[in-house]
Design a protein around this ligand. Sequence first.
Ligand code: HEC
Length: 132
Amino acid sequence: MLRVTESVNKVLLAVCVAAGLLLASGLATAQNADNSVDAELAERIKAGRAVFENRRKGNCLSCHLVIGSELPGNAGPPLIGMQARWPDRKALKAQVYDPTIANPNTIMPPYGLHRILTEEELDVLVDYVLSL
Ligand code: HEC
């Protein structure tokens, strides 16, 4: 009887250890996935910021204030609280692609329509703007 209990205990222990390992590896995988998504987004935001600030690309600072920016212009509204104000990413991209749709008399250049920026540049730019 004692031997049976002992071997049952061993099996239970083995099952617990296996479950623990599975759980730990599952958590580790989820964690890695999150970290790499964060890292990828951080890279895109960085690339978008470069497009935003580059005078030969977005040159957005010449008209828009961004918190912490140096010598911003004020021809356009300050870009703050963007995620709350632009919950629809597509609408934000469309605004940068062709602002004349919302306002035919705008002074903001149509970055996509006039091929000032590429699709890839527009996409990382939108990631950056949504981080503001
Ligand atoms: C020549 C000035 C000018 C430049 C350069 C410019 N904008 Fe604008 N932008 C404006 C003006 C003015 C508005 C106000 C709306 C309008 O005129 O239709 C505006 C509006 C916006 C809006 C919507 C308003 C809001 O508060 O959310 C966004 C987003 C935006 N601009 C992003 C950008 C980005 C990103 C760039 C660079 C790729 C850029 N703008 C470059 C002038 C400019």
